[in-house]
Design a protein around this ligand. Structure first.
Ligand SMILES: [Zn+2]
Length: 602
């Protein structure tokens, strides 16, 4: 469980812009939130930023972020000093490992990974992390508390504007529930996602991720001379061939030599169910399971890496991709002990092998430990845990189905997944999202997931409502109603199909749920009601009096989310249109879909 000690209470409602200072009101309402110290008076401040004499890169980032958003909130650009003659009590934000931190007796070494302390000492505010990344997160916490700063997406950052305000009376300590996570793709590709505490720069920077076998030993380079290194279709490596093991170790060592920053190298099969069926592989799979064959191969390469790099004082670990043929852990259940055991000692991952377990067949509309709907995932969780503590997860933030413009109702179980990975001691969790921005509710899904990785005990409905309010603005009431309706509809469909013993889960792939794109699941009237809500949403934006930039941003957001009901109506109810009307609507849909960045066409 994560620990949070917050002496102050943040103001609850975010206000994008407020003229002048709203802090007087807040102070009256919450007498203890603000100190008596002036932070900004008449658009002026005495404060500046203090860094250690030789700041770490993330400490510099922390200073730049504080400077940027302090200026957005107040119009004042704070000076940044590296070291200098400052005393505890001076009006300064002391970031990271400064002398003032020591003087104040603040010890961050015992905090959880990437945790931080934000503490006021007279006029000085000390923001210090367990490591330098923690200091960055401490800055965001301060901004959130002081100015109601909130990052929803790269183009939706909310912060108060003030010209007079008191300093908050801060004594806060916090740390992320899951120290290392990554939410892919579109929403995770820039530094700015750390503003959402995405951990875009997570510690598990896995090279050659995820399908890497052929990137190291490409068939077009090797197969002519070594046909037996591959299966007959040249779609998979022969993992039991000693020459393949030797060559893989050699090229991975060479790769790591050429790339001195590399710490983790993935050895992952190609993206298919293909595998070698030579007699050695057949025998190995029968004795050790397919996963066991893969782990034995990875252990061999990992040993060679250790042998090579240990004397150089460097660690390069192997990460296995446990996906399709190699997802299931190589274990047997021992009835006598009630525990899983390795099928053979050889299949136990060595200390420098991490397993990256891919939860591709899970039902994301149920608990990950639901014994009926996710029985196979429980075997994955318990079986892999019995073999190693070097656990990492490849999981999904709602791909393929959302990207296919069908709402994928997984919000309710996001915190369950995150908590389960935490309880099982997973060291890194990747959640694959959509590579496009127009998968259903993609920006909101990324936001909610990032929030829950930080603290999975948060109320998901409160997070979605807060997002909708700030992201859709004037259109928010209609999008909230759409979201409520479609969530309820999907839960009703689930209950209906399950009453008929039909599987209606939220899976990563369309093929796993036969009922998802059917007229029965999406009655015409239901889709038309959704589109009526979008009509009202557009109307609200039209009447809001936004400037051109904001107007266009809002229209983009509505058009992106409206693609789903438009698509389903045209896909499932062609006969309810005249031929010419249908052709026109399809053409419009296809043009909009393309211009908004979706790959879906009718
Ligand atoms: Zn083979």
């Amino acid at each position: 469980m994560k620990k949070i000690i917050a002496i102050i209470i943040a103001a609850v409602i975010s206000i994008t812009i407020c003229a002048g200072c709203d802090k007087k009101t807040s102070q009256t309402e919450n007498e203890n939130i603000y100190s008596e110290i002036d932070l900004v008076t008449g658009g002026q401040t005495e404060y500046s930023i203090l860094l250690p004499e030789t700041p770490q890169p993330y400490e510099e980032t922390a200073a730049e972020e504080l400077q940027t958003f302090f200026e957005t909130a107040t119009g004042i650009s704070l000076d940044i000093h590296s070291g200098g003659d400052f005393s505890l009590g001076d009006p300064v934000f002391a970031l990271g490992d400064t002398a003032l931190k020591s003087e104040a007796g603040i010890d961050t070494s015992g905090l959880d990974k990437h945790g931080f302390i934000v503490r006021r000492s007279d006029r000085t505010v000390i923001i210090a992390g367990q490591d330098d990344r923690g200091t960055v997160y401490g800055v965001y916490e301060f901004l959130e508390r002081q100015f109601n700063y909130h990052y929803y997406t790269g183009d939706e950052i909310v912060i108060d504007r003030v010209s007079d305000c008191k300093l908050i009376d801060a004594d806060i300590s916090d740390a992320p529930f899951m120290p290392d996570y990554w939410i892919g793709y579109e929403t995770s590709e820039s530094f700015y996602n750390s503003r959402l505490r995405y951990r875009a720069d997570h510690d598990f920077d896995i090279s050659r991720w995820p399908h890497s076998h052929f990137s190291f030993l490409p068939p077009d380079v090797y197969s002519a001379e070594h046909p037996l290194w591959y299966n007959s279709g040249k779609t998979a490596l022969c993992l039991t061939n000693p020459e393949v093991m030797e060559e893989m170790a050699k090229v991975v060592i060479q790769f790591a030599e050429e790339n001195p920053e590399v710490e983790y190298v993935m050895l992952g099969a190609e993206d298919s169910w293909a595998k070698c069926t030579c007699s050695n592989c057949y025998q190995s799979d029968a004795q050790y399971t397919s996963t066991g064959t893969d782990i034995i191969f990875n252990n061999y390469v990992a040993d060679k890496l250790k042998e090579h790099f240990d004397p150089l004082g460097r660690t390069v670990d192997v990460v296995s991709l446990n996906y399709f043929n190699t997802e299931k852990p190589p274990v047997v259940f021992n009835d006598a002990t009630g525990k899983y055991e390795a099928v053979d000692e050889k299949v136990i991952p060595h200390d420098n092998v991490y397993v990256h377990v891919c939860y591709i067949s899970a039902d994301y509309s149920a608990s990950l430990t639901d014994s009926k709907r996710n029985a196979a995932q429980i075997v994955n969780l318990d079986g892999w845990k019995a073999l190693t503590d070097n656990l990492t997860a490849y999981t999904y933030n709602g791909l393929f189905i959302n990207e296919g413009l069908v709402f994928f109702d997984d919000f309710a179980y996001k915190s369950d997944y995150i908590k389960t990975f935490g309880e099982y001691g997973y060291k890194f969790v990747f959640m694959e999202g959509s590579p496009t921005r127009v998968a259903t509710f993609e920006p909101m899904r990324a936001y909610v997931t990032a929030e829950l990785f930080w603290d999975p005990d948060q109320d998901v409905n409160a997070l979605t409502s807060d997002f909708i309010e700030n992201y859709y603005k004037a259109a928010a009431p209609y999008i909230q109603e759409y979201y409520n309706k479609i969530s309820l509809h999907m839960s009703e469909m689930k209950a209906m199909y399950e009453a008929e013993n039909k599987n209606f889960g939220a899976y990563v792939q369309f093929e796993m749920n036969d009922y998802l794109r059917t007229a029965r699941t999406w009655p015409q009237r239901v889709l038309e009601q959704y589109l009526e809500l979008f009509d009202s949403a557009y109307e609200a934006v039209e009447q809001a009096g936004y400037d051109t930039d904001l107007y266009e941003k809002m229209m983009y957001r509505l058009r992106a989310e409206e693609l789903s009901p438009r698509y389903l109506l045209l896909l499932l109810y062609k006969s309810s249109f005249t031929a010419s009307e249908y052709d026109r609507l399809v053409q419009e849909f296809n043009e909009d879909s393309a211009s908004l960045g979706s790959v879906i066409r009718l």
